[in-house]
Unconditional design. Structure first.
Length: 206
């Protein structure tokens, strides 16, 4: 579902995506977008109206200085860079996503497990364009929840200029090089309990 946040170009709720166990991602639990720094006054009001309990800003610190979040002083806001600065430079998609995963395993795992620590309620995730860093983190979270790769790719392709094939290749790389998303995150420091909690938070109750 597209989010009517004036000033955001890629805002949407990933609720409704199917899981392999027959359940679906809950609506209103995981919201993805591009940077909030471009939100209008009405857009800011719309975000607040959702009742978001945690904002994970995946941008680098220097990006937040150049384009500050309007929520930077809110207790719900957290700047948690997903990858080391310039980690993806010098490669092309989808190779950039592969190197992003290979070179930032612990950092990515730490950010993803913050889903568990967030207070109950809607969780918003964004980077600058809402495409690369956001796309990878959301793909990992959805994969933990059991959403099939084809459905993850279909959601990713809703972002302007993105091809679902990029995420499919990224997930295939995870399988071939890291043994799948669970093995990747476990090696990055996540516990079985944390991954189960991520899954339970995202999915509808049985």
């Amino acid at each position: 579902m597209v989010l009517e946040w004036e000033g955001c170009l890629n805002g949407r709720d990933v609720g409704g995506l199917p899981s392999s166990d027959g359940r679906r991602i809950r609506s209103g639990v995981l919201l993805r977008s591009d940077s909030h720094s471009r939100l209008t006054a009405d857009g800011i009001a719309a975000v607040r109206a959702v009742g978001i309990t945690r904002i994970l800003d995946l941008r680098w610190a220097q990006e937040t200085v150049q384009e500050p979040s309007p929520f930077a002083d809110d207790p719900v806001y957290c700047n948690v860079p997903l990858i080391a600065e310039l980690a993806e430079q010098g490669t092309t998609m989808p190779d950039a996503y592969r190197s992003m995963l290979d070179n930032n395993q612990r950092q990515i795992t730490d950010v993803l497990t913050r889903i568990v620590d967030a207070p109950p309620g809607p969780l918003a995730v964004h980077c600058s364009a809402g495409r690369d860093r956001t796309g990878v983190l959301v793909a990992l979270a959805l994969s933990v929840a059991g959403v099939p790769p084809t459905s993850i790719a279909a959601d990713y392709a809703l972002t302007d200029g993105c091809s679902g094939d990029t995420i499919l290749r990224t997930l295939t790389h995870l399988d071939n090089q890291h043994g799948g998303v669970h093995a990747y995150l476990r090696a990055g420091g996540a516990s079985h309990t944390q991954l189960r909690q991520v899954r339970n938070r995202l999915l509808e109750a049985r």
